[in-house]
Every structure is written in C-alpha cells, then in structure tokens.
Design a protein around this ligand. Structure first.
Ligand SMILES: Nc1nc2c(c(=O)[nH]1)N=C([C@H](O)[C@@H](O)CO)CN2
Length: 118
C-alpha cells in the first residue's frame, strides 16, 4: 500500500477541558498517513494527479486554527473525516499529539485509523 504522509504538522488551537485551556492557544502536532496509489502521478510527473500534501495541510491548518474542542479525540475525528470526504482518501491514520500537556511526558494524545486499507 502506498501512502502520502504529513509529519509533525504543528497548528495552534484552543483545545482542552480545563478553564485555563479555554483562554489560551496550544500547539498541537499532527502525524498523518493517507493511502494513495502513487504510481499514477509518478507515471506522468503531474502534480494534479497527486494527493497533494500541501493542499491537505492548508485545509487542516484553517480548520484546526478555527476550532475549539475540549477533547483531542473530537478534533482527530473531524480531521480524519475532512481528509476522507474532501480528498477522497479511503484509509487514514492520524496521530494527534499535545506536547507538554502532562508533566513528565513529551506528548500525549490519540492515534486513530479510519476507512479500509486497500
Ligand atoms: N483521552 C483524553 N484525556 C485527556 C484529554 C483529552 O482530550 N483526551 N484532555 C485533558 C486535558 O485537556 C489535558 O490535556 C490538560 O493537560 C486531560 N485528559
């Protein structure tokens, strides 16, 4: 299975369940793997035939910056749905990390897989 990936995409957002978290923006990190047949664009060297990681990144940046969910689970689910529905991706693995949220841990968060692997 081929993939297109986005690693450590950092986006600031309002996220969290505590009162103080509703008043600040925190940096989140996204690691994303998306199933895609890369032989098609490779055969023509045509950007239009790719799953364009810049387009996906820009869409997520806009969405996440405007979001204000309590749970990382909710945000991860919405982002996975955008990738699948708007970019025609059949399978996605999305890890959403909240760096520094827990003392002693480098990061905490969730990893979800949605859709069917080709
Ligand atoms: N499974 C989760 N656990 C926790 C979350 C979360 O979104 N999902 N959030 C928090 C707080 O917002 C935390 O990040 C503040 O440090 C706690 N646990």
């Amino acid at each position: 299975m081929d993939t297109v990936f986005i690693e450590d995409l950092r986006i600031d957002a309002v996220i969290g369940i505590y009162d103080w978290e509703r008043r600040v923006r925190q940096t989140l990190s996204f690691d994303i793997e998306m199933a895609f047949d890369n032989t098609v664009p490779a055969g023509s060297d045509d950007i239009a035939l790719t799953l364009n990681y810049k387009d996906v990144s820009k869409r997520l940046i806009g969405y996440v910056e405007a979001s204000s969910f309590g749970l990382v689970e909710t945000l991860a689910e919405r982002c996975a749905a955008i990738i699948r529905e708007e970019f025609g991706v059949g399978w996605v693995r999305l890890k959403l990390s909240k760096p520094g949220a827990v003392r002693g841990a480098k990061a905490v968060g969730v990893c979800i897989e949605r859709g069917t692997r080709p």
